[in-house]
Design a protein around this ligand. Structure first.
Ligand code: HPA
Ligand code: ZN
Length: 337
């Protein structure tokens, strides 16, 4: 099963690029940019990665991002993640970035996107990894700041496929950003939102009805509303689930109690993703392995996560067909004759 999972081509749809900052690169950038960090060693950093909820993680995650100052830093961060993708057989990835984490510190929006985009273009040419970029608004900040961020994104419309919503979910409901999302949709962006990670199932329904999202990030608390589950099945609304993240942030007490396999078997379009792999102890292959270790599944069921992700991706139909062909080829290697 380990070999099957390793070899399976994967599609990632829920990945925060700032969440791929490994302790090694954190130290390297802190030195290069002369930024002081409250850790003496990489081991000390890793020891700090014990979280009891979303907020305890976010506090450390925003602190880590302080070492990112220059275009080259954003390139190095993104390139390191893309090399990890190659190792895990991730052939297409849709990446979140949090511009407000950087613009609030005086880093230009254009610096952030230039570094990330340069790495994505190079990865398509050199690693054959395709990608899309999704701008996330920080939901703990106000509507006016989100509107200002959307304006900064307009000249980069060609590089950004969608807008999303992340950061502290509880107390920051979807309706807070209804008008911003309406403007983003008018401008031609698709929309997604984190919902039902820590927040209630109603945040999922409201993201669908008020923010017109094409998919839900996390969404595991949908099971608290049976009518919503029926809607997700009937309308085939994708959930980008992040198993290791959910355990690290105590959304579920253990992987055995995680509902992702139950959701898959009930016919929901669920996918497996890594969220913030540098902080949660694993990239894509690790997430697949962790789910498979706790829940017996057939190879077809495991591969279904990838087929769901292709359906849910923001690439064009032609591209989706190319991805499906690559997965099918990997599942049925041509006979040796
Ligand atoms: N939830 C909310 N905000 C985030 C997350 C998450 O899992 N990761 C990075 N920002
Ligand atoms: Zn996330």
């Amino acid at each position: 099963m380990r070999d099957f999972i390793q070899a399976l081509p994967k599609i990632e749809l829920h990945l925060h690029i700032e969440g791929t900052l490994e302790p090694g690169l954190l130290f390297e950038l802190a030195q290069r940019n002369n930024v002081s960090i409250p850790f003496k060693s990489e081991a000390e950093v890793r020891a700090a990665y014990e979280f009891n909820d979303l907020q305890s993680f976010l506090d450390i995650y925003y602190q880590g991002a302080n070492v990112l100052l220059h275009e080259q830093d954003f390139f190095d961060l993104t390139w390191a993640y893309l090399l990890r993708c190659r190792q895990d057989n991730v052939i297409h990835t849709e990446i979140f970035f949090d511009p407000q984490t950087h613009t609030e510190r005086g880093i230009a929006f254009d610096t952030v996107i230039a570094g990330i985009n340069r790495a994505l273009v190079q990865a398509e040419a050199e690693l054959q990894i395709t990608s899309r970029l999704i701008l996330c608004f920080l939901r703990h900040l106000d509507e006016a700041t989100a509107f200002a961020t959307l304006e900064l994104a307009q000249p980069h419309r060609d590089k950004i496929v969608a807008v999303g919503l992340d950061s502290s979910e509880k107390g920051n409901p979807p309706e807070k950003f209804q008008r911003v999302f309406a403007r983003a949709l008018e401008a031609g962006f698709l929309t997604v939102a984190h919902a039902g990670e820590e927040g209630p199932a109603s945040y999922i329904s409201d993201s669908l009805s008020l923010l017109k999202v094409s998919r839900i990030d996390h969404g595991v608390r949908c099971v608290e509303d049976p009518a919503l589950v029926q809607q997700l099945i009937a309308e085939r609304i994708p959930l980008t689930v992040c198993p290791l993240s959910n355990i690290k942030l105590c959304v579920f007490a253990s992987m055995a109690q995680h509902n992702i396999v139950e959701l898959l078997r009930r016919g929901l379009c669920v996918t497996i993703n890594s969220d913030d792999p540098a902080y949660f102890g694993g990239y894509m292959t690790d997430n697949f392995l962790a789910v498979a270790a706790a829940h017996a599944m057939t190879p077809q069921e495991i591969a279904q996560f990838t087929f769901n992700a292709i359906d849910a991706s923001f690439t064009g139909e032609h591209e989706k067909q190319r991805l499906r062909t690559r997965v099918n080829d990997a599942l049925q290697p041509p006979s040796g004759k």
